[in-house]
Design a binder for this molecule. Structure first.
Ligand code: NAG
Ligand code: NAG
Ligand code: NAG
Ligand code: NAG
Length: 496
């Protein structure tokens, strides 16, 4: 049979399931948290002000012409280091329950180590946190959102196993400085995307072939760092500070391309390679079995004596087991998955080969300004249910979900995106009893979108980057989100 024909058949079938359900009209629980998110490098600017040292991102962007789409940088960004009051004002205007932001390691510890604490950096975050709390906005704080101090990058960054101790010391410093006020901590943001972008062999073909082995080392050390930081809190702070800690994991959802046993198994395998890679260690102390066995087998076939996937020691496994107090999930899009014959052994090896399935989006799904990003909100329910079923029914907060475009205040598509993803979130809570306790829109405002510079916008507020005062203006989506925060309802009239 012509393989192309069968692909068409699959598309025809899956298109039927794409009819969107009506927006859920059941009010969210009273204590459900609605909020928005940002990260330090993407908004703060002031990259070398008041004792802050250079981060890896400062260094890389300054020294790699052509890396950022519009040749821009985060040197000024939204200028939030100076305009944090403006940020709090728009958070108040929307009436959010929480604000997720990150602390720049290089602003608190300029050497990377806890030998020298930068008082001006501490003052910046202290004032922000106090101001948030004064207005009943719960701070949710990421310790690391990709901006490692360059001083530590020069020592090998996340490829140096000592990074686990450096990070645990940094975490202890943060608990000491801010732990009386911060009750939700995240050790890391999106480690998968960080290790992939920094050290990775993305998909097929490998993006940076010479670095093809380093992504698993990065994630391994990062997981060890997470576990240590979690145990420091347990042992030295939890009884006094009573906060909760998690790690923000990003995953698309995966659905089988057909109802065959093979494709269903392939979708499960994709979930384990995408989300289980990190979620399994922090719940059960080790990588998913399917990752361990597949990578070991392929490593042997490549003529290696050791698996390319590192192994945790018994002590590390014990530290990692149950090292989150709730599940923090970022999600944007989804893919269909089909089974394929075992991919050929390649040199260098690829993550695609290790994963061993084919994943793709359906051509009928709504496109966006990013080619990997299709709108497929019904998968939100699939993803939440998978997390519930796989990790023992944890409490879940959606820490990022958002929509890219090229800008403009009339952002009907972004509004619809948040409404639909929230609707399927509510469905998951009601139909599948998933314990979701919060939703965080990425992002509070347009900001420096990494390699896309300022060409891709995710904000509920627009920022006039040309103006000196970086004026923040609400988009249609901000006005909708304000209504949702106020009424806990997605439509004009909800039932309780
Ligand atoms: C950015 O810089 C690179 C290298 O200097 C150059 O080739 C490219 O045309 C520039 N792009 C823009 C959008 O200015
Ligand atoms: C698989 O089966 C379910 C339940 O019968 C159905 O709703 C769904 O559309 C099917 N999916 C595909 C891709 O055929
Ligand atoms: C790998 O294993 C083989 C067979 O056990 C052994 O002969 C060889 O010395 C090992 N190579 C290395 C580099 O350890
Ligand atoms: C981890 O948490 C689960 C669920 O609370 C519990 O059943 C299990 O015993 C815990 N494991 C360890 C090693 O503490």
């Amino acid at each position: 049979m012509c393989p192309k024909l069968s692909i068409f058949a699959i598309i025809a079938i899956t298109t039927i399931s794409v009819v969107l359900a009506a927006t859920n009209n059941k009010r969210f629980p009273k204590d459900f948290l609605f909020g928005t998110a940002t990260s330090a490098y993407q908004i703060e600017g002031a990259w070398n002000a008041d004792g802050k040292s250079e981060s890896m991102w400062d260094n890389y962007v300054h020294n790699t012409p052509g890396f950022v789409a519009d040749n821009s940088s985060g040197d000024v960004a939204c200028n939030s280091y100076y305009q944090w009051r403006d940020d709090v004002n728009i958070l108040k205007e929307m009436g959010v329950n929480h604000y997720r932001f990150s602390i720049a390691w290089a602003r608190i510890l300029p050497t990377g180590f806890s030998d020298h604490i930068n008082a001006k950096g501490v003052k910046y975050y202290r004032r922000l946190i106090k101001e948030l709390k004064q207005h009943n906005i719960e701070p949710m704080v990421s310790m690391f959102h990709w901006d490692i101090p360059q001083a530590l990058q020069d020592l090998g960054g996340f490829l140096n196993p000592k990074v686990a101790d450096w990070f645990a010391d940094y975490a202890r410093t943060l608990y000491e400085l801010f732990g009386d006020d911060v009750k939700y901590w995240f050790t890391f943001n999106e480690p998968k995307t960080y290790c992939n972008g920094g050290y990775g062999f993305a998909y097929n073909p490998p993006r940076i072939p010479s670095q093809g082995l380093k992504e698993y080392e990065c994630s391994h050390n990062l997981l060890r760092a997470h576990a240590k930081a979690y145990r420091v809190y347990d042992e030295e702070f939890r009884s006094k500070q009573n906060g909760q800690i998690s790690i923000v994991l990003d995953s698309m959802w995966f659905g089988p391309a057909s109802n065959t046993t093979e494709d269903k198994k392939a979708a499960e395998q994709a979930f384990h390679f995408e989300l289980g890679w990190y979620a399994n260690p922090v719940h059960y102390g080790d990588y998913p079995d399917v990752m361990k066995s597949r990578i070991a087998a392929r490593s042997a076939a490549e003529g290696r004596n050791h698996s390319r996937l590192p192994e945790f020691t018994a002590e590390e496994k014990a530290q990692l087991t149950n090292s989150t107090d709730f599940f923090a999930l970022n999600t944007y899009t989804g893919n269909l998955v089909s089974a394929i014959p075992e991919p050929a052994i390649t040199d260098p090896p690829s993550r695609f080969g290790d994963m061993g399935v084919n994943n793709f989006y359906d051509k009928s799904w709504e496109t966006t300004t990013l080619d990997w990003f299709k709108v497929a909100p019904w998968g939100m329910r699939v993803l939440l249910k998978w997390v519930k079923d796989t990790y023992g029914d944890p409490a879940i907060v959606v820490t990022e979900n958002g929509y890219p475009d090229h800008g403009g205040l009339d952002d009907a598509k972004r509004l619809k995106y948040h409404r639909d993803y929230l609707s399927y979130t509510r469905d998951a809570m009601i139909e599948d009893d998933v314990k979701v306790f919060g939703y965080t829109a990425w992002s509070l405002m347009d900001n420096f979108e990494w390699a896309s510079g300022y060409t891709q916008k995710f904000g509920l507020y627009s920022v006039d980057f040309e103006s000196d005062d970086k004026t923040r203006t609400p988009k249609s989506s901000a006005k909708y989100f304000r209504k949702v925060c106020k009424t806990k309802c997605l439509v004009s009239k909800c039932v309780d």
